[in-house]
Design a protein around this ligand. Sequence first.
Ligand SMILES: [Ca+2]
Ligand SMILES: [Ca+2]
Ligand SMILES: [Ca+2]
Length: 281
Amino acid sequence: MRTLFWSLGLACSMSLVFPQTLLETGFEPPEFSLGNLAGQSGWQAFHFSTPNTALVSDALAFSGLQSVRVVPVSGASSSWWWKPIGYNTGGSGYITVIWDMYLGAGTIQAAYGIDCYDPDGFRIAAMRVNNLNRVQLVQDNGFTTTIIDTGTIYPRNTWARFKLELNYSTGRFRLIMNNRELGSANLNSAADTIFADADIWVNNITGNANDFAHYDNFRVMASSAPLPGADLNGDGCVDDADLLIVLFAFGSTDPIADVNGDGVVDDADLLEVLFSFGQGC
Ligand SMILES: [Ca+2]
Ligand SMILES: [Ca+2]
Ligand SMILES: [Ca+2]
């Protein structure tokens, strides 16, 4: 298949992306064992007060056997889990955080998302799904936080693939859910050019949430150009693996394979993959 589209790939490689993988994990064995995420494979945790829990779990996974299950604890507020990255962007290019997220419904719900930090603890960019299922951008300027509501409701009890794309050249970031851009905001101008970490974040807003979240296929990529939208598996390269995702989902409504985000997987999505073939590879 790669040979079949080799010439097309060569033509498209004029716009080289040079993606570099800074972090990639599906939380699978043998690297990860069931139990606390913090302490495994360099992952750390910080809790604002009482710790919430993040466990490597086999209760639910987007792919493979395991994912990270975040469960709010009574009386807790915010918790963060991350693996240090420490990549210096030099103030240009892109950092893209990609992950699959499943939020279980509860009668009292927490907010879940991803927070990106610089080494001094300034939040560079962030997103969350709040307790009312609203998908929101979190924009910081110094220590001032602004919540920007995208108007999109995340349907609980489903997997969705999210991307946070930080553009250091323009000082803006975009939030993408299931291949559809939901909004954009400013990077924190007080943050420096080093991308320290992307954190799994829960805010147990009322202190008594009874829902849960799963995170799987967590990636952080650095690139000189935006990762192509047709890179469906999030490895930075549009190749036969992405083509197969569209082919196997053809005719369905699978949001992961719906490249143009119009709700159906059809020849339009196939063409987007073919025309992007070879980008980033
Ligand atoms: Ca997994
Ligand atoms: Ca790919
Ligand atoms: Ca489509």
